[in-house]
Design a protein around this ligand. Sequence first.
Ligand code: NAD
Length: 391
Amino acid sequence: MSKTIGIGLIGFGWMGQAHSRAYRNIPVYFAETGLEPRLVAIADTVQERIELATKNFGFESGTADWRELLGRDDIDVIDVTAPNAMHEEIAVAAAAAGKHIFCEKPVGIEPRATAVIEQAARKAGAITGCGYNYRWAPMVQYTKQLIDEGRFGELTHYRGRFFSMYGRDRLGLLSWRFKQDEAGYGVLSDIMSHAIDMAQYLCGPIVKVVSVKEIFVKERPLPTPGAGTHYDRGKPGDPTGPVTNEDYVGALVEFASGVRGTLEVDRSIFGPQSSMAFELNGSKGAAGWDHEKLNQLQLYLPEEQPTDGFIEVLSGDAYSHHGNFVPGGGNSIGYEDLKTIEALEYLKAVAEDRPNEPSFADALANASVAAAMVRSWESEKWEQVVSLRID
Ligand SMILES: NC(=O)c1ccc[n+]([C@@H]2O[C@H](COP(=O)([O-])OP(=O)(O)OC[C@H]3O[C@@H](n4cnc5c(N)ncnc54)[C@H](O)[C@@H]3O)[C@@H](O)[C@H]2O)c1
């Protein structure tokens, strides 16, 4: 396929804008790839967002009707950055229209929808991608390299978490994310999907879980449609509505490799801001990483270090992708740079007509773990992870 790839993007909120900046960055930061994403069309139901996309971001056209994008021959990739409840309808229609598909996590409003989307894309032969951006941090890539080289020995323990501040303010708006009918599950789909992905990326498949959940903030102020994000606040006395999905999920997990672990996520916790993090331990060493300090890795490889205890490794141009953003060591990259790397790797797969990773198959493996957690909430027992794949 040509290196000029036509993009049709659906949903121009936080992620739609972040993905658009990522596409625009590729020819600038990764000129050597020759990739040229073409921002062909944007769809959003809010007119101001269409205007922002066309006037400021360089989209060639905009519409309120996302279906118009599917009939266009100049669009190769449909990028789904609309709310979770729309993922299934859009992705299945995009597969039927013969498009390649990138969909933000969680790829569907609930695990069954992920399976439907994965089946449709697989049968259509679409090259798929999913927004598990934290994988792309150079220090995470380095950790994965050390695991694959056996430098930690046999892995034994894994602790993953995603503690975000976005719901801790009681006046934080009741956006679609806090409603089961619009978002599906709460943190299970929203941020546990990131924690599951990181765990399975680093330690392999999870086979068994026992899990609990809680809603800590039960009412929130009602939002104005099309305005703001889930980080915005209402005022005391504003009309409120009920939060209908969970703020917290915790789980004990067992991996096929025998690793034992914990996964814990919360959107209403005080203290951490965006602590998407892990610690892992093996028979010869250990590592720890936190997105809040994404350019740093805590590393303990006693056989290779002159002193005992953890050392801090600083990211820099010696590590994957980093040098394309900034040369030298200790010059930081940030969250949106991970989105640029994610878009780059996906478009490379599309241009080379080969499968991408992470794909909808990874989203399906992720959703299968989430479904086991849901069963555990109900049974209050350990549950096996069963693949939700539909043949
Ligand atoms: N990977 C990550 O780190 C990350 C972070 C945030 C969000 N996300 C995912 O991205 C997706 C979008 O989240 P967001 O935070 O950008 O949401 P958002 O609310 O900021 O944006 C959603 C956009 O979709 C538009 N929209 C709603 N209905 C539409 C329709 N019928 N047609 C076209 N557009 C429509 C809205 O007007 C809005 O502009 C979700 O699936 C979310 O889980 C991923």
